[in-house]
Write a protein that binds this ligand. Structure first.
Ligand code: NAP
Ligand code: GCO
Length: 264
């Protein structure tokens, strides 16, 4: 059974994985046997990431690359193929959020979120697909969100992008399934990372941030998720154990999507 989850001999690229969810997923893939390659926007973050992987006993290669820039991405994939090998597993993790009421959001900011959270997974997937098609094997995991299904105040761009990413996931699965390529999504619930830190910051009097209490009440597990909660699902979707799972979004949300909320 363990062999089904083994990633021995596989090369995995996890985007934006110097810290946070990307780092936890890359660490889990490494634990299962994969060789890890990651990128980040700036050398400073790549260096921090390299130090963190080293401290965790993981041999990882880090590159500077903006995933929204097609030329940079194509150059990165060519460099990885030359220096490491053809990518077997791609995790489209890099992402941003801007919390602004929609009627106040400049169109340029909306576009920026769509660019990082939706256009970039298209650009990076497009770049790795030819290698996977040649091998007739590949795994693409798109990091979606609760906002692939739900809306809320201030996150119109993010929800539009993550909803689109769910459909890009289904389309990659539809278009490349015949090449033995599986494309699935992970939809994390509310996870404690720098991205959500402003929603958890304690109040001046030391009490919980109201959003923090709101999420705990909305989550049947009654807690925020940790990046490590995504480790098992990521290994499953990267491994042969999921070879007939395609176009699916696996929500790892402590039960939020199943729950109507606490009765008054
Ligand atoms: P995070 O802590 O903000 O980390 C995001 C990473 O993406 C950072 O390393 C960031 O680089 C990188 N990045 C951003 N734009 C990039 C670009 N253009 N090119 C390359 N790298 C870029 O976020 P996180 O919470 O770990 O989230 C990771 C993914 O999970 C995102 O797609 C997010 O939307 C999704 N997600 C998060 C949650 C949550 O509750 N935290 C829930 C559901 C989904 P810099 O360090 O340079 O900024
Ligand atoms: C927000 C949050 C989210 C989460 C996540 C939920 O402001 O509502 O940042 O959208 O980070 O994507 O799955």
């Amino acid at each position: 059974m363990q062999n089904q989850f083994s990633l021995n001999g596989k090369i995995a690229l996890v985007t934006g994985a110097s810290y946070g969810i990307g780092f936890a997923i890359a660490s889990a893939l490494s634990d299962a046997g994969a060789t890890i390659v990651f990128n980040d926007l700036k050398q400073e973050f790549v260096d921090k990431g390299l130090a963190a992987y080293k401290e965790a006993g993981i041999k990882a290669r880090g590159y500077v690359c903006d995933v929204t820039n097609e030329d940079q991405v194509n150059a990165l994939i060519a460099q990885i193929e030359k220096e490491v090998g053809v990518i077997d597993i791609l995790v489209n993790n890099a992402g941003i959020i801007k919390r602004v009421p929609m009627h106040e959001m400049p169109a340029a900011e909306f576009r920026q979120v769509i660019d990082v959270d939706l256009n970039a997974p298209f650009i990076v997937s497009k770049a790795v697909l030819p290698g996977m098609m040649k091998k007739r094997a590949g795994k693409i995991i798109n990091i979606c969100s609760m906002m692939s299904e739900l809306g809320r105040e201030t996150v119109s761009a993010y929800a539009a992008a993550k909803g689109g990413l769910k459909m890009l996931t289904r389309n990659i699965a539809s278009e490349y399934g015949e090449y033995n390529i599986q494309c699935n999504g992970i939809g994390p619930g509310y996870i404690a990372t720098p991205q959500t830190a402003p929603l958890r910051e304690p109040q001046a009097d030391g009490s919980r941030h109201p959003f923090d209490s709101f999420i705990i009440a909305k989550t049947p597990a009654a807690r925020w998720g940790n990046p490590e909660d995504l480790a098992g699902p990521a290994v499953f979707l990267a491994s042969n154990a999921s070879d007939f799972v395609n176009g699916h979004v696996l929500y790892v949300d402590g039960g939020i999507l199943a729950y109507i909320g606490k009765q008054p």
